[in-house]
Design a protein around this ligand. Structure first.
Ligand code: CP3
Length: 344
């Protein structure tokens, strides 16, 4: 049966008169209602594991703006936590994790079905959302890509250049490969459970793909994505997958064909003209307005939004930012972007 929801139609390769729209990090600190629910939950991880409140913050931007998709509220670092890594968030700084840099530390990681003990509340959030979302809204599940998640597990925190992960890759490629393989296997189980719970699309966030070059890009960005997508489609025939190898540059070219992704999300370091010619030729693209426009607004936001819509108008396109919206964004600018996409 042909899909009726706009996001699913675009993912199936249809060129729509106006592109469907959602926004990375659409449930987040720029929204006063998010900050209120977050305060009620306590810390960020408590919010992620509280299914009712996580569903509530997922729904907030849908109620306010009527986006065409909702993205499950969770975090890419819940998976390493489910594998046994310690995880906490330092206010104003970001995530901290116990590190995996030796064989002995790797051997302590769990595998298989055990991840669900920790992640069950996430699947419950998905089930609640499928009941509560408007029927035209698509529910997107997600996970971090193995490389990006590995960079946090190896460094124990976010880093500017992913230095510790690159160092381990250079010093002990076999151990590094084992970490990536374990994450690949667990990501399949995690996304598969989200799909069983009701996710209609899944997205793989490889935020640091751009720091992998040449053979490394092939081995640690492309290959894990290919394996994950192939296995998900074997278990769940027809499930659409969005891949986001952020800042991949030339690596975006052919990524959909090589991995089986139905859509490639592009960041705003590439122009829409380039992405239309090099990426959209293979199918649906998502992107790619700079998130800084959500802070600055005005005519520049309107002009650039129109430009992106126009350049991608000859093929399947899902409008989105090039990366997540930032906490200093103005909610009015989000409305202006949506109105511009929908009304021209
Ligand atoms: O897009 C969405 O709205 C869905 C929810 C979502 C979050 N994180 C919620 C979140 C998604 C898809 C993510 C993905 C994620 N998490 C990525 C990949 C995507 C990207 O943005 O590149 C990464 C690298 C993480 C890890 C992570 N989580 C970091 C580095 C931080 C701290 C930085 C920050 O923005 O504060 C988080 C925290 C986080 N994840 C917040 C949210 C809404 C802010 C937490 C808060 O409320 O204090």
């Amino acid at each position: 049966m042909a899909p009726t929801k706009k996001i699913l139609r675009a993912l199936a390769g249809e060129t729509l008169p106006t592109p469907p729209i959602w926004m990375m990090r659409q449930a987040g600190r720029y929204l006063p209602e998010y900050r209120a629910t977050r305060a009620q939950a306590g810390d960020f991880l408590s919010l992620c594991y509280n299914s009712e409140l996580a569903a509530e913050v997922t729904l907030q931007p849908i109620r306010r703006y009527g986006f065409d998709a909702a993205i499950l509220f969770a975090d890419i670092l819940l998976l390493p936590q489910a594998l046994g890594t310690d995880l906490w968030f330092v206010t104003g700084e970001g995530p901290r994790l116990s590190t995996i840099t030796t064989e002995a530390e790797f051997e302590k990681l769990g595998r298989g079905e055990m991840i669900h003990d920790t992640l069950n509340p996430v699947y419950e959030t998905v089930r609640l959302l499928r009941r509560e979302l408007p029927e035209e809204t698509t529910l997107i599940g997600f996970a971090g890509a193995p490389w990006t998640v590995a960079t946090y597990m190896i460094a124990g925190r976010g880093t500017k250049d992913q230095g510790p992960a690159h160092a381990l890759k250079a010093e002990n490629r076999a151990l590094f490969q084992k970490i990536v393989d374990r994450l690949t296997e667990s990501t399949i189980d995690y996304l598969s459970a989200q799909i069983d719970a009701g996710a209609e699309v899944v997205k793989i966030f490889d935020s640091w793909a751009g720091s992998l070059k040449g053979q490394d890009f092939h081995d640690f960005a492309l290959e894990p994505a290919r394996i994950i997508i192939q296995e998900l489609k074997a278990r769940h025939p027809g499930i659409p997958v969005i891949a986001f190898p952020r800042e991949a540059g030339e690596g975006y070219v052919g990524f959909a064909k090589a991995t089986g992704a139905d859509c490639v999300a592009v960041d705003n370091s590439v122009t829409p003209e380039w992405a239309a010619a090099k990426v959209q030729v293979d199918g649906c693209v998502q992107g790619n307005l700079a998130s800084s426009h959500m802070v600055t607004g005005g005519q520049a936001l309107v002009d650039e939004t129109r430009h992106i819509v126009q350049v991608f108008s000859k093929g399947p396109h899902i409008f989105n930012l090039g990366h997540g919206i930032t906490p200093d964004a103005d909610p009015e600018n989000v409305q202006l972007m949506i109105d511009t996409v929908r009304n021209g």
